[in-house]
Design a protein around this ligand. Sequence first.
Ligand SMILES: Cc1ncc(COP(=O)(O)O)c(C=O)c1O
Length: 447
Amino acid sequence: MLDKSSAPAVNVPNDLAAFWMPFTANRSFKQAPKMIVGAKDMHYVTSDGRKVIDGASGMWCSNAGHGRKEISAAIAKQAEELDFSPPFQFGQPKAFELASRIVDLAPAGLEQVFFCNSGSEAADTAMKIALAYHQIRGEGGRTRFIGRERGYHGVGFGGTAVGGIGANRKMFGSLIAGVDHLPATYDRAKQAFSIGEPEYGAHFAEALEGLVALHGANSIAAVIVEPMSGSTGVLPAPKGYLKRLREITQKHGILLIFDEVITGYGRLGYAFASERYGVTPDLLTFAKGVTNGAVPMGGVLVRDAIHDAFMTGPEHACELYHGYTYSAHPLACAAALATLDIYRDEKLFERSLKLEPVMAQAMMSLKNEPNVVDIRTVGLTAGIDLAPRADAPGTRGYDALNRGFHEFDLMMRISGDTLALTPPLIVSEEQIGEIAEKLSRIIRAVA
Ligand SMILES: Cc1ncc(COP(=O)(O)O)c(C=O)c1O
């Protein structure tokens, strides 16, 4: 049991006992808290007054950097003007304006937006729309979902079930029934130190034909994948892989869902990765970068034809029995509109694309540091695999995270012994160099 009487190790004023932190090593954190009290542009400020460079956009969220006045002013104005209005049976103008702005950014064909509050809700919403769509068209037998090993789609029951991370699943029973998984697209022996999409691996998509043969096409509702798996260590789709998934899903009447919670809003140099790969899914989920992380928001872009299939029946009746109290919350809409203005005015998606080779070169310079067994880069993102310690897998990555924050003033993300770097799109070339230089010292420190 946690010792509630013990004082925190650093000068934080609070009693840390009551907050059960999400996806956190709680006991370890509370002995040496990584406490953040402020943020501006590329930096966080710690409770002991240090500036820590943000190599992670917080958590893949703050693509425009921190403390953006335009966003906080828009939120404050909105709170004064209209703090909340019910999203069921009532509307507020910014929700409609925002939906149109997002559709304008999306690939042609995705013309409708359903709002929710997080990436997890977006995954579950997309899955429910897929099920309902098949049912109203008389194909109610299509109830299965295909996810992918090493995929992450949040923590709802649907998203957890289609996700492919053992630790996230194994304590939670049978989740939802009828889920199968494609293999992950990663093969270190064939792909190590790839810059951009690996040449090897399009054939991993063919496994879908195997699953169709196993379960029957007419039992499968949808396939859900991230164009680049982020949470399990930055695994870009191999060249041609997503196109092939699109062909196979189309052939069998299976819907394709792209989870762009990380890849949306500029991370891979485009509004959505779908554009980068020239592949349009049937449903596309987003969250995080839509508000620059400033207010929770998520959503699902949906093909017109799917939406239109619901627009039947008596006009006084709801067409889809799904939604959240905070769908299209006024503060989130205001934050998102201000965020999209910044992305447009500062050309941040283009900037991300321009910086991609700079990021790749800086990260690949770490190739010969101790224990580095692979580096992958795509867009403004990199994954660095460190060899696990023989007796304690995961501890090298965890030490890198902690020492990076406490001793080297760098925030990163980790997945086991993989370090993930994904800085705000406002990062300068010098700051990319600074991040690489700090990483080299951290990697040596945890050798
Ligand atoms: C691809 C992907 N989908 C879904 C989620 C879940 O988002 P949230 O934590 O906002 O529920 C995440 C979060 O990292 C993600 O990376």
